[in-house]
Design a binder for this molecule. Sequence first.
Ligand code: SF4
Ligand code: SF4
Length: 70
Amino acid sequence: MNRVTISADFCKGCGLCAAACPRKIVSLDERAMNKMGYRTASVVAPEKCSGCALCALICPDAAILVEKEV
Ligand code: SF4
Ligand code: SF4
């Protein structure tokens, strides 16, 4: 399975990753807040991830790492 890791401490909750994901499986977490007070992004259905890495490419804070299963 492809793996998407979002570093909450680097996320500022801009939502660009959620908008960019073609599978619409990234969203801002309404419960989790990082130490800077931002709602952070999370992957809600990791099993549906295609590994396209668009979320990681668009993140202005380089908070996302995508590891594609080979
Ligand atoms: S790698 Fe692609 S499919 Fe997976 S969460 Fe990121 S944008 Fe969505
Ligand atoms: S694009 Fe980056 S900074 Fe913006 S919500 Fe997504 S992970 Fe957080």
